[in-house]
Design a protein. Structure first.
Length: 115
């Protein structure tokens, strides 16, 4: 039996969240709630039906995606963190040299030219 749950994440930037969701291949809709705050409704993938409140980072969904192993929420949180790093590299005019998985961690090597 599933239950509605809320988890707090660091997912608060709309552009970064959009890139992470797109990279995961999950459809989403971005909108504003009744208070004018940005939110994302996940439409497909293992988190379909989840709501991400971008003003607080809270993700509301169903226990089907909040499993004991972290499941889909952990995967999205990791993708979001990786996109934060990539966007920072790009904003400095850099590029990714390599990306590899080391256990459950991602190792990114980037090249940035400092003027």
């Amino acid at each position: 039996m599933s239950h509605r749950v809320v988890s707090t994440t660091n997912i608060t930037n709309a552009a970064t969240a959009a890139r992470a969701l797109t990279k995961k291949g999950w459809d989403y809709n971005q909108s504003k709630d009744s208070r004018g705050k940005d939110q994302i409704h996940v439409q497909s993938g293992p988190m379909a039906g989840a709501l991400i409140d971008l003003s607080t980072g809270k993700v509301e969904g169903d226990t089907d995606f909040h499993g004991h192993d972290g499941g889909a929420l952990s995967a999205l949180d990791q993708a979001y963190g990786e996109e934060q790093i990539l966007m920072n590299i790009e904003s400095q005019g850099g590029y990714v040299v390599s990306r590899e998985m080391v256990g459950t961690d991602v190792r990114i090597v980037a090249q940035v030219t400092i003027g």
